[in-house]
Every structure is written in C-alpha cells, then in structure tokens.
Design a protein around this ligand. Structure first.
Ligand SMILES: O=C(O)C1=C[C@@H](OP(=O)(O)O)[C@@H](O)[C@H](O)C1
Ligand SMILES: C=C(OP(=O)(O)O)C(=O)O
Length: 449
C-alpha cells in the first residue's frame, strides 16, 4: 500500500542519456560519520554527507542523545561528540523513518550506556526484524522490550555493567556486525565479531580512523574483528565518497537506454560494495573505471557507462551477494534487457529489506511483461533483449526507494511507459534522483493519485 502522501510518477521511453552524474554521498558512510562523530570527544567535520531522509533521521537521533549536530553548508556538517559512554537519555522517541541502518546502528551505539531509548519508524521499518540486533545486544547486558517478533516500536534499556561479547553473526549483515561493534565501544575489554562472509567494512575502517584499537583477521571461520572497548575516539575530518548504490541507477540506465554515455565521477569502489559492477561487466556491459584513486580512506574512481547492446544473462555467484545486496533490484532491470536468463542465488536477505525485494520486483517485472521465477533464496529473470521489455503498467514501490527507482529506469528502456505508485521514498537515499536523471535527458511525468 502506498502511504497517505503517495506521489505516483511515470517514466516514458527515454532518448539517449548523456552527461556527468554527480551522485550524492554514501548512505552507509554518512550514518557512521554522524554516529562515530557523536561518540568522539571534540568536533568532527563531515563533507559530502548524504542529506537524504534516512541520514537526517540519524542526525536528529544524535541530537536527542546529547551530541551537537549542525549543518554548516551543502553536505557540510559539524558534530560535537559526547565521548563513548556519554550519551544522555533521549527525552523523545527516536524515529528512524525508513532506515534499517540508522535504527540498528543507533541501538548498538546506546546499548552499553545505562539509559533507556525508544525507537520507531515508518510502516516499512516497523515490519522489519530487529531480533538480529537485540539478541547480541542482550549478551552485553542490554534489555529490549518490543512488539512481538522483535519489531519496532521497541525500547532498549542499556546495560548498567556492560560485558564484552564474542559474536558470530548468523546472517551476512553489516548492520548486525556494526551494532555489535558500536556496543563494544562501551564495554570494557575486547569485543569480537566473526562473520562468515565479508560484508561492507565501513564501520571497521572508520573506527580505525577515529583511533579505536581494531584488528581484522581472515581465519578458517571467516573474518574475525577484534575491538578494544572504551577508547577515547579522536574527532575526524571525513570526506564521504559518492554512493556506489546510488550510482547504480544512472549507470544501469545508461546501459539499457540506446545511445547513452554517462560519467559518474568519484564513486566509492570499496570492494565490499563493488559487486554490481563486476557482475555487469560479466554480462558484457560497456563500463570503464577512470582515474582510480583514494579519498578519505576509501578507494574511488570515475565510472563511465555506455549503452550496451547484446548483454547476456549470467549466474551471479552467491558469494558476491553481500557486496551488491542493495543492487539486485536494478540488476534485475538490466537482466530484463539482456539476452537469456540471469540467475541470482543466496539472496534470502532481500526478503527483509524495506520491502520483500524479490517479491516486489518479480510482481512488477511480470506486470511489465517479463518472465520471472523465484524461490525462498533465489530468483531468475528471463531477459527479453535490449529494448524488449513491453512495459505499459503501473507497479507498486512498497515504500521502497530502490524498487521505485528501478522501475522508473525500466520505463526509460521499455516500449510503453512505466508508472510507480509512489516515488516519495526515493528521498530516503537519493533526494536528487529526479533532477539528476532529467539533466541526463530522462523524462518523468507526475500523475494524479
Ligand atoms: O550497514 C549498512 O550501512 C547497510 C547494510 C546492508 O544491510 P544489512 O546489514 O541488513 O545487509 C544494506 O542493505 C543497507 O542498505 C546498508
Ligand atoms: C536496505 C537498505 O537500507 P536500510 O536497511 O538502511 O533501510 C537500502 O538502502 O537498500
């Protein structure tokens, strides 16, 4: 169901997309910059922060927990932190909106401080599982009181006498790993997280930058991360790289719209995030990295994408899933415009995102005339070749920004226009999506509800 202020939007077939697409800052890095800034002693200065709804909700949460958080210019933010263990009890409910990352990381960050905090979100977030975070937080001594199934709204009572924890993450999730590490900051001694599959490592990198004692080893059991508790975090200057998950939309649009040639400068290429681009290359996409360099501790490059006739479906290696987990919806749109079948396995986590993303994409793609098969942890898209998607349907975004953007791109390459019932959620991660795509040549038509 779209929400009360739903904003239906239509994308008709597009002429060639051309130009430079300056996508906003990385969402994962932006949340972490605000949270670690709030836990440091002194002023952290952030540039290139993503000013999307998810991150703005985290900024407000840090204020409620006692940090001074101020916007000083476009994407420029200053955070005066309270030090590890220094959060004060928030006087209001913390509303994280649509953001799984925000709520899970903040719950971790406050769980080893003896305060109570109540969290809520929108209809999407309040349906997502939180037990995956409250279970390990209980081992530190924190208590959680939530709705059945561990759903929000939920109150965390932080541990009075926190103890450090060794935790093996049962699902590949950077949010779970990060919640445990952030909780570990407030516990004496060493907290250890073991993850069988590597997930995005922005928390580990940034903790090292803030001066925490953190070590990462690859062992037979997977990645073993060891963090020394109760450090004094040193404030940092953080330049947030552009978000590869947002870049995926103009890049994939360029690959499927005939005649396109788009350059996305300075996007983050952290290997724990770059799986989509490897997959697209294997499918025969005309993609090139230019000027590879390092900025703010993260590898970045300029990425150039050109229309790619004759892309072929592939079997995406399941071991790559974590490094492209948010990109499966837009990959499925490219797959629909490729020849043959694209098989995506090991992707059960897609079912607990802002929507059940396998179900949401399968339903919408079928409405556009594309054949899709699905199982609990896999799905397959039968491609119709370049320009072969019929389109001409209205599809549900299900309060999910990535579903909304994916179907608008599908419309740009389809024979008939595609309407999404609600484009409003796009503002959670990519507030300038529409003007940015228009500047490249795309057209959108607002619809009456
Ligand atoms: O840690 C993060 O910043 C994120 C981790 C991923 O979620 P999971 O940890 O649930 O896989 C990803 O889907 C999300 O968009 C951002
Ligand atoms: C899954 C996502 O975000 P979150 O879990 O932070 O809501 C996403 O941005 O695709």
């Amino acid at each position: 169901m779209p929400h009360a202020h739903a904003r239906p939007l239509t994308a008709p077939a597009s002429g060639p997309l051309k130009g430079v697409a300056e996508v906003p800052g990385d969402k994962s890095v932006s949340h972490r910059a605000l949270i670690l800034g709030a836990l440091a002693v002194g002023e952290t200065v952030v540039t290139g922060l993503l000013e999307g709804e998810d991150v703005l909700a985290t900024a407000e949460a840090m204020r409620l927990l006692g940090a001074e958080v101020e916007r000083t210019g476009e994407g420029a933010w200053s955070v005066h932190g309270v030090g590890t263990g220094g959060f004060k009890e928030p006087a209001r409910v913390i509303d994280c909106g649509n953001s799984g990352t925000g709520v899970r990381l903040i719950m971790g960050a406050m769980a080893t401080t003896p305060i109570a905090a109540t969290f809520t979100g929108d209809a999407s977030l309040n349906g997502r599982p939180m037990g995956r975070v409250t279970d390990p937080l209980a081992r530190f001594g924190a208590q959680a009181f939530g709705r059945s199934g561990g759903r929000l709204p939920l109150t965390i009572l932080g541990a009075e006498v926190p103890v450090p924890v060794r935790y093996e993450t049962p699902v590949p999730s950077a949010q779970v790993k990060s919640a445990v590490l952030l909780a570990g900051l407030g516990a004496p001694g060493e907290t250890v997280v073991v993850e069988r599959e590597a997930t995005r490592d922005h928390t580990e990198r940034m903790l090292a930058g803030f001066g925490a004692r953190i070590g990462v080893e690859e062992g037979p059991e997977g990645r073993v991360i060891t963090l020394g508790g109760q450090p004094e975090l040193r404030p940092q200057a953080i330049a947030v790289p552009r978000d590869p998950s947002s870049a995926a939309f103009p890049v994939c649009a360029a690959l499927v719209v005939p005649g396109s040639d788009v350059l996305v400068p300075g996007i983050g290429l952290n290997p724990t995030r770059a799986g989509l681009y490897e997959t697209l290359r294997e499918m025969g996409a005309d993609l090139s990295y230019e000027d590879e360099r390092e900025e703010g501790g993260e590898p970045v490059a300029d990425l150039r994408a050109r229309f790619s006739d004759g892309m072929r479906g592939i079997e995406v290696p399941p071991g790559r899933a974590a490094s492209m987990i948010d990109e499966y919806p837009i990959l499925s749109v490219v797959a629909a415009n490729a020849e043959g079948t694209t098989l995506m396995r090991g992707v059960r986590e897609l079912r607990v995102k802002e929507s059940d993303r396998i179900d949401a994409m399968a339903a919408g793609l079928r409405a556009l005339g594309v054949e899709v098969e699905e199982g609990e942890d896999w799905w397959a898209v039968h491609g119709r070749g370049a320009g072969g998607v019929p389109g001409g349907a209205r599809v549900e975004a299900r309060l999910d920004h990535r579903i909304a953007m994916s179907f608008l791109i599908a419309g740009m390459a389809a024979a008939q226009p595609v309407t999404v019932d609600d484009a409003a959620p796009i503002a959670t991660s990519f507030p300038v999506f529409e003007p940015l795509m228009r500047a490249l040549g795309a057209q959108f038509r607002a619809e009456n509800r």
